[in-house]
Ligand binder design. Structure first.
Ligand code: HEM
Length: 508
């Protein structure tokens, strides 16, 4: 009798646990469906009940939820409850009402996509985000970028040299590697005062790119299992073993850690200049509270600036160059404008002079629109006030999002959105074509992109020199660059965007 009851007890415990679990799932589902503040919002019942729906598309299918969101909007209209706690709106006219400069937080679950939890980018609360961002802002203003325009010039010239060599040797070039080398060299010089000098390496081995590829491959896992973020620091080798693609990330983390420790050491032993000259000096300035001057803070902001400053802009250059050289009409129009403004191949124009060229500006905008640099949605939470959209009042505390990529692909605002058509930006604003407000590559509001000015400066200089100087013939086809997966950045079927080309001619 005694034996019988002790044998039965594990089953009984399991049975009891399973029953409690079932009851709690059913109770929670009923609550989410009928009593939750979002229960009246349109959307599939399953998404309202469980996050597993999203996990299936992003975690298992690999970055597919964005396309599922499109299907939901096609069925339910412009406002949809895409998971138990989040509302997505697909209406480009409503983008800036969500992403504005007022009081708003990031969604704490969504910031888990980054492997740098102490960074400004991963700071959800506006109260903490504001002072962190305040330290970095002065280094990325338009005026500050003017001061380092010479760095951009110098690195762009290195790219020109690289492409000339490729032409002489009749060797293939991967444009994505060339542009990622350019942007990594610039941002490392900018942040640390010491360039990675990838453009000096014939093989363009790029630790930043390797780190980013590793980092983004983890993004959905980190979002659904944030505990993994805590494990990244103590047991990187286990993660590397499970996902070898992440090796570059850990190598980079270690390098940035060394730089961060050195900056902290310097701030303790030699006083900083006033005003601080470098970003690290500013982050370790005497005015910054001690809890903000940790190695993790410096490392994580350093990592994000390096990563965000590398792949995003490189992506726009790669996609832009891909499209420009596939279309004779676009190439001719841009070349004509550039030859007019730069009569000799080595004419040096400033960023402000380049910005005055209308066709080049249109090409920059169209490249930004189609590049899919950041595809993941970045929800905002209004902590105290409701947000009203049409007949719907979204309660305070609700994450609300609108995907940048979906704004850019909206056929009402951008007819034939898949087509690379710079002329759409040349139509007169007086005719109602105020398209600029729908170009939201850098997001909007107080949590928008820190590096917007630097990115524009790089894009203008690189596109101008490239098209003024070279003819390219691509090996890569349109199908190979098509964005089919959302891993923070838009990825094609392969793990990286690759564009292979040959330099077919040099223009004098
Ligand atoms: C074409 C190039 C770029 C694109 C499309 C882009 C896009 C974005 C977007 C959409 C965000 C906002 C995320 C959000 O809404 O929460 C962002 C944030 C950020 N970007 Fe960029 N970015 C680019 C270039 C750069 C560059 C060159 C840097 C160099 C430092 C940079 C650094 C950052 C940082 C640090 C943040 C976080 C800002 C914060 O949390 O306050 N980005 N970027």
């Amino acid at each position: 009798m005694l034996l019988e009851s002790s044998e039965a007890s594990p089953w009984r415990v399991a049975w009891t646990v399973a029953t409690i679990l079932c009851i709690s799932i059913v109770t929670r589902s009923v609550y989410r469906l009928f009593f939750h503040p979002l229960s009246k919002f349109p959307g599939p019942k399953l998404t309202a009940i469980t996050h597993l729906y999203e996990f299936y598309y992003d975690g298992i299918q690999g970055g597919q939820f964005m396309w599922e969101i499109i299907r939901m909007h096609q069925k339910y209209g412009p406002i949809v409850r895409i998971n138990p706690r989040e509302i997505h709106i697909m209406d480009p006219y409503f983008f800036h009402q969500i992403y504005h400069t007022g009081v708003q937080n990031r969604d704490p679950y969504m910031v888990n996509i980054s492997t740098a939890p102490q960074s400004t980018f991963s700071t959800a609360e506006y109260k903490l985000h504001r002072p962190r961002r305040g330290i970095l802002n002065p280094f990325f203003s338009r005026q500050s970028v003017f001061k380092v325009e010479n760095i951009v010039h110098e690195k762009v010239e290195k790219v020109i040299g690289f492409l000339e060599t490729a032409h002489r040797d009749s060797s293939a070039v991967f444009l994505d590697d060339v542009f990622a080398a350019l942007t990594a060299d610039i941002i490392s010089d900018y942040v640390y005062g010491k360039s990675l000098d990838i453009l000096d390496d014939k093989e363009l081995r790029n630790p930043m790119r390797a780190a980013l590829t590793g980092g983004v491959s983890l993004c959905h896992l980190l979002r659904f299992f944030p505990i993994l973020i805590k494990l990244l620091d103590p047991i990187p080798s286990v993660i590397q073993l499970l996902k070898p693609i992440t090796k570059g990330l850990f190598d980079m983390k270690r390098d940035v850690e060394i730089q961060s420790k050195a900056a902290i050491h310097k701030s303790i032993h030699s006083p900083t200049t006033n005003p601080p000259r470098t970003i690290y000096e500013a982050m370790t300035d005497a005015s910054v509270p001690p809890e903000e001057k940790t190695m993790e803070r410096l490392r994580d902001d350093g990592l994000i600036m390096l990563a965000a400053g590398t792949e995003t802009t490189a992506r726009v250059l790669t996609m832009g160059a891909f499209y420009i050289y596939r279309d004779e009409v676009v190439l001719r129009a841009l070349r004509e404008e550039l030859v007019g403004a730069m009569p000799t191949p080595d004419t040096k124009l400033s960023w402000t002079q380049l910005e005055k060229l209308p066709y080049l500006s249109a090409v920059v905008k169209e490249s930004l629109r189609l590049s899919g640099s950041i595809t993941i949605r970045q929800p905002r939470i209004f902590p105290t006030k409701p947000l009203v959209y049409e007949d719907y009042t979204i309660p305070p505390g609700t994450p609300v999002s609108q995907s940048i990529h979906l704004v850019h692909m909206n056929p009402t605002v951008f007819p034939n959105p898949e087509k690379f058509d710079p002329t759409r930006w040349l139509k007169s604003p007086e005719d109602g074509n105020r398209l600029d407000r729908f170009l939201v590559s850098f997001s909007g509001g107080s949590m928008n992109c820190l590096g917007t000015n630097l990115a524009y400066c790089e894009l203008y200089h690189m596109f101008a020199k490239l098209v003024r100087r070279f003819d390219l013939k691509h090996v890569t086809e349109l199908e190979d660059v098509k964005i089919t997966r959302d891993f923070i950045i838009g990825l094609p079927d392969e793990d990286e965007l690759k564009v292979e080309s040959h330099v077919s001619d040099i223009i004098q």
